[in-house]
Write a protein that binds this ligand. Structure first.
Ligand code: URA
Length: 212
């Protein structure tokens, strides 16, 4: 079945041109992914969700605790914040395809809690073919990176969200427009007052997306 060489990445599960597959076939194949050791840590692969005709694709880092349990992206606290910011910006989440750079939850135990752990470069590279397949099939008008992991995976290690947020990058291989903003989880780490300011800034960024 695999036509791509086994490169130590998820490419082994996909043909050379993943756009020849349907999104549901790719999603189904992702469920069996063992391209990196994170499949042993996470409960399940959390693949992207949203309409295949979506004009906007938003990319986070990796599923969190709730996403891992429920099997859906951005359904925990960060997802609730993203929903609020999208609504305030006038974007319907149902029109957006939401996914992650890495499709398994990486965590470390802290008592009874499972604490998020940043994915490594090797894990990001292993998972990349799934993201490339999603983008090749959906062909969005705009790709929005939520936070540094997604932004750097697409634009390179030197990309700084703090410096480049809100700027429109044109004519990328995977979309006519690329845009980076902060990750909703980073907003949740602030004080209540910082939080409201940061949400307002995120909404302002998302309004730029709505306008284009
Ligand atoms: N953070 C992410 O980057 N993605 C999710 O799905 C949830 C939290």
């Amino acid at each position: 079945m695999p036509s791509a060489p086994d490169s130590g990445t998820a490419a082994r599960y996909l043909p050379a041109n993943p756009a020849t597959l349907s999104l549901s076939t790719v999603r189904k194949r992702s469920k069996a992914c063992e391209a990196c050791p994170l499949y042993k840590l996470g409960t399940q692969t959390v693949f992207g969700e949203g309409p295949v005709q979506a004009r906007i694709v938003m990319i986070g880092e990796q599923p969190g605790d709730q996403e891992d349990r429920q099997g859906h992206p951005f359904v925990g606290p960060a997802g609730k914040l993203l929903d609020r910011a999208l609504a305030e910006a006038g974007i319907d989440r149902a029109d957006v395809y939401v996914t992650n750079t890495v499709k398994h939850f990486k965590w470390t135990p802290a008592g009874k809690r499972r604490l998020h752990k940043k994915p490594s470069a090797r894990e990001i590279a292993a998972c990349r073919p799934w993201l490339d397949a999603e983008l090749a099939i959906i062909k969005p008008q705009v790709v929005v990176a939520l936070g540094a992991t997604a932004a750097q995976a697409l634009m390179g290690k030197t990309f700084r969200v703090t410096l480049e947020r809100g700027r429109l990058y044109r004519d990328l291989p995977w979309a006519p427009v690329f845009f980076a903003t902060v990750h909703p989880s980073s907003i949740l780490r602030g004080s209540p007052e910082e939080r409201e300011q940061a949400i307002a800034a995120l909404v302002a960024d998302l309004k730029i997306i709505r306008r284009i």
